[in-house]
Design a binder for this molecule. Structure first.
Ligand SMILES: [Zn+2]
Length: 237
């Protein structure tokens, strides 16, 4: 007896929580994708009005409340004023990292917009000045964003190092942990991995944890292969 094929299920991250009473349109999964795409083209959009042009494009496609739209606009203004450092794509590691950084930036924009909106609502509920609450939250967001930028830059640098090694040795590389590495990184040290099909712990200097200083080196002779789930799967701290 054969079982009828079940319809394909969306991946877990595509599932949205049920709509809340107060729906500002910021939970639309497609919004994050659109923000990522618009931010990627923000250099071109800058000529056409930068953050305002991005916001206008988003408002045309998504049902944003006017409060959500204002919060998103203020965060986009901040993010487009501090563009990420230009990094090239020279191989599999930098291609993965570039995609990951773009996704992280878009997720950050949405999360920050929700926090700004939350600060405005809280101030209104308490009868406090809304403008001051929004400015204070935006100042906190600017500091968070600087940390995000630093983390993105560290990942881009580590990816460049891995791709340079791959250019010399090919896609199979060795993992080398530095002094003071975590137990997980020490275990990976001396083992090998494929840059285009990364190990489950991620790529050295990118995946295991924030501040990982592990590097890629020439493959260890007879080195054990680190377990991986296949191409397209990448973990990043
Ligand atoms: Zn490490």
């Amino acid at each position: 007896m054969t079982t009828p094929a079940s319809p394909p299920q969306p991946p877990p991250q595509a599932q949205q929580p049920p709509p809340r009473q107060q729906d500002d349109g910021l939970d639309d999964a497609a919004l994050a994708v659109a923000v990522a795409a618009l931010l990627a083209g923000s250099a071109a959009l800058a000529a056409a009005g930068g953050a305002a042009a991005i916001l206008a494009a988003l408002r045309r496609r998504f049902a944003l409340s006017s409060a959500a739209s204002q919060a998103l606009g203020s965060v986009l203004t901040m993010v487009t004023a501090y563009p990420p450092p230009l990094t090239g794509i020279i191989g599999a590691a930098s291609a993965q990292t570039s995609r990951m950084n773009a996704a992280r930036r878009a997720q950050y924009v949405i999360a920050a917009s929700k926090r700004v909106l939350g600060a405005a609502r809280e101030a209104r509920a308490k009868g406090e000045p809304i403008g001051a609450a929004v400015r204070a939250q935006l100042e906190r967001e600017r500091r968070f964003y600087e940390q995000h930028q630093a983390a993105m830059w560290d990942r881009a640098k580590a990816a460049g190092q891995i791709d340079m090694e791959a250019a010399v040795h090919g896609p199979l590389l060795g993992w080398l942990a530095m002094k003071g590495a975590t137990p997980e990184c020490r275990q990976a040290s001396g083992k090998n991995f494929y840059v285009d099909s990364p190990p489950d712990i991620g790529l050295p200097g990118i995946g295991p944890h924030v501040g990982c200083r592990c590097i890629a080196v020439s493959p260890w002779p007879n080195g054990e292969l680190l377990a991986g789930s296949g191409p397209g799967y990448a973990r990043a701290a």
